[in-house]
Design a protein. Sequence first.
Length: 241
Amino acid sequence: MDDFRILKAADSALVIEFGAAIDRGISDRVLALAETLTNAGLPGATEIVATFRSLCVNYDSLVTTGADLERAIAELLKGSRTSSQIRRLWDIPVCYDPPHAPDIEEVANSVGLTAAEVATLHAGTQYHVYMIGFVPGYPYMGDLPAKLRLPRRLDPRTRVPPGSLAIATSMTAVYPYESPGGWHLIGTSPVSFFDPDSAKGALLGPGDAVKFRAVTEGEFSRIRLAVERNDYVPESTEIAA
């Protein structure tokens, strides 16, 4: 039995859905198909966008049709179960001290921990980048430890500073630049997560892994200055998908 469905999206895009949940197994299938379609070089396919549970394939309707593309994708899906792409494990510095973490005390009180325990628990987890979205470079990462899971804030902020480390539900993320936001802010990273002048744009990509490393205010300031001089890139290592 097919465990996916292909839907039309507007007049020049298809969406391939694999489920209705935020799930690592579903994410792996989405990313495996994204790799397969990229390598296949399907005529007319112009852009492939991965989400939590689906893949959007935009196409040029002057080159191909939705029906032809759907048949080609369905055929490729028969063998698209795992990804062989090498991804990266990133070491991301974060300052969890209260001046850089406006909501950490409130979060700690809500979950029955101290602020230091919240920071330790958050930094002690390796996260999976499910997708990039909301704004360019914004990484949706899971899975947050169950003890730290809270609903979004009742009073969203109109301005969240760049680098703010946030949590909500089962997710954690870092705001790449100033924007509105309704998640709980428990730290700040001095790292740049989006560079419009680089070929890649976003620092992280779907399928990458992230470990946050707690740093002092002094180290935070040192790294931020290095970032401003374009003299700092967070450490990363290759990992198998």
